[in-house]
Design a protein around this ligand. Structure first.
Ligand SMILES: [Zn+2]
Length: 440
């Protein structure tokens, strides 16, 4: 049994990320936080615990990256100046057509290194080569919700029919893990978008999601053109269309939602759709700014993701929540929207709820997913408001440690589960090879 006490200068605690404990201890036994409080008050609970001193650090609930395509690390920087459709058809899909399962494994491993170094405990993924990503999750000991991607023409399985059959078999073979409540690995299903997946397959997706009680992770209303084309063709918004197909009886994780129209707000609220907000990717592809402050006003759940590295180009959730906060203040023309603790919450505790755990990502009696930031940089002083320091002054380069499910994956900036040198060497060679093949 592992028993650890971490002493910190500050602890940001509570589901709303608005409680601050100065000079605090976090007591962890196995994978759970048993007690949190002032160092003096916690002394009576500390017996043979290993002591980790972080008295120039702040502990926060670990980040969750709520929307990504992890092996896309291999595509980092291949196209920084295209609109979504050209970017997808001229760069991303041609690159991916050369990928193998082993390539995806190393791409995802590089992504896992990056997540860990950025203090991210878990990620929600939508990609093909799901077995390769799953292997990385097991090795890295990160938390993940893996949603195998469904569309026509994946490099792994080709036609949508073959991809569908592969997904069906895969989910069936993971049925036991799906039933495990506390597993680090969770599964969903990822139809790419209502405009790329035909109706008959969306209906099959709905059926299988209901059968296994798993979420549907789908891109929704990412660009203005996509929504207007869709409305012309179907006389419905993408969400109204999914409602008509009865897909919304399942848990929907809707990436982007930049252009809600028609009855979309009402639908999101009625069916408890969770919006996966990716502000930097939406800016980079000139897609737009999702009206997150309105979603929050209407009590629609919002969590933050980075999207894949091809459109971001990093997996840094802290950067993303900061961008989200700045953009919403601009969009609402009101600096009071997205208060500091709310911005932190949509990058941390709100995301951890999607993993279906009773309590995780909160620094109180809960499963221990914790990120520790060093306060040694000049930009961390003075500490007039520690939540403000984390949100607006810190950088992911300050991340000193990451604990997931009670275990250190990153300890004093050293990886505990992955071989960084080897992964960087392998993934760099793979990217070079694919770019060379694309030019032929
Ligand atoms: Zn995406």
């Amino acid at each position: 049994m592992s028993e650890v006490v971490i002493q910190c200068k500050y602890i940001i605690s509570g589901e709303e990320c608005n409680k601050i404990i100065k000079n605090g201890s976090i007591i962890i036994e196995d994978n759970k936080i048993i007690n949190v409080g002032k160092i003096d008050e916690m002394k009576k609970y500390v017996t043979g615990h290993d002591k980790i001193e972080r008295m120039n650090h702040v502990a926060i609930p670990a980040f969750i990256n709520a929307h990504t395509h992890l092996p896309e690390t291999l595509l980092r920087g291949i196209c920084d100046s295209s609109k979504l459709i050209e970017w997808l058809y001229d760069y991303v899909w041609p690159f991916e057509s050369h990928m193998t399962a082993e390539d995806a494994y190393y791409g995802a491993s590089l992504g896992a290194l990056e997540l860990i170094e950025s203090g991210v405990a878990g990620f929600i993924d939508q990609y093909f080569f799901v077995e390769s990503i799953e292997k990385v999750v097991k090795e890295s000991k990160l938390r993940a919700l893996l949603c195998p991607s469904l569309f026509d023409g994946t490099p792994e399985t080709g036609s949508i029919e073959d991809t569908w059959n592969h997904i069906k078999k895969f989910l069936h073979s993971r049925n036991n893990i799906i039933k495990e409540k506390d597993s680090l690995l969770k599964y969903g299903i990822g139809p790419h978008a209502p405009y790329t997946v035909p109706k008959e397959y969306l209906l099959k997706v709905s059926e299988i999601a209901e059968k296994y009680n798993i979420p549907i992770h789908i891109h929704i209303s990412e660009t203005e053109k996509e929504v207007s084309d869709f409305r012309k063709q179907h006389q419905l918004t993408p969400l109204e269309y999914l409602e008509n197909l009865s897909l919304l009886k399942n848990k929907i994780l809707a990436a982007h939602c930049v252009y809600p129209s028609g009855r979309d707000y009402e639908i999101m609220k009625k069916y408890k759709v969770t919006v996966l907000h990716n502000p930097q990717s939406n800016l980079k592809l000139s897609s737009g700014i999702a009206p997150v402050f309105k979603y929050i006003e209407k009590n629609i759940d919002v969590v933050v993701g980075t999207d894949g590295n091809a459109s971001n180009n990093n997996l840094d959730v802290l950067e993303e929540v900061r961008t989200a906060a700045l953009l919403q203040k601009f969009l609402a023309k009101d600096p009071t929207v997205l208060q500091n603790y709310t911005a932190l919450k949509i990058g941390t505790t709100a995301g951890s709820k999607i993993f279906g755990l009773e309590k995780a990502g909160i620094i109180e009696n809960a499963i221990a997913d914790i990120t520790l930031f060093s306060l040694s940089g000049a930009h961390s002083w003075p500490q007039n408001d520690i939540i403000s320091n984390v949100l607006y002054s810190a950088s992911s380069g300050d991340v000193n440690d990451l604990i997931v499910n009670g275990k250190f994956l990153y300890l004093n900036r050293e990886h505990q589960t992955l071989n960084k040198e080897r992964i960087i060497e392998k993934s760099t060679k793979i990217a070079e090879r694919i770019l060379c093949e694309m030019r032929k």
